[in-house]
Ligand binder design. Sequence first.
Ligand code: PNS
Length: 166
Amino acid sequence: MHTVKAIYPGTFDPLTNGHLDLIARGAKIVDELVVAILRNSEKGAPLFTVPEREEMIREATQGFGNVSVITFNGLLVDCARQQGAKAVLRGIRAISDYEYEFQMAMMNRKLDPELETLFMMPAEKYTYVSSRLIKGVFQLGGDVSALVPPLVMERLKAKVPNRSDS
Ligand code: PNS
């Protein structure tokens, strides 16, 4: 039987409802979806460790029968090949995402012409949500509870206890 496996890579620091929305959409389209957390991100010091992020994604996606979670280092195309994934899933929220996503998709195609990139759009209500904004707003005392899964909210509270003092 012909099955399609896709890889959904990212930093996920932390998982947001936008990510979860995309996972749900992707899981309906492909047979198997592998969420892949980049271990050696160049984005600077993360708030959550890789094992913490992995645990949060596992918990939040346990209801999906065809979603698994892994971590990776190095090139995404190598990870995709090892996994037997035919496609990379990425979310596009706004035009501003396009250039970065286009460059990554083209570079990945150069590195592996067999690997396709699939773009999907999250629900409109999450189009402005990013992990960076979630962390920033929460650290300043803002309410982000509608924008992340409850289990992520709990972890945020545990990590950043004195937010009212910020
Ligand atoms: O959530 P992010 O930070 O936008 O995800 C970026 C990610 C992890 C998809 C990207 O940085 C990545 O694939 N890194 C692995 C290194 C790689 O393959 N680089 C070449 C592709 S341009």
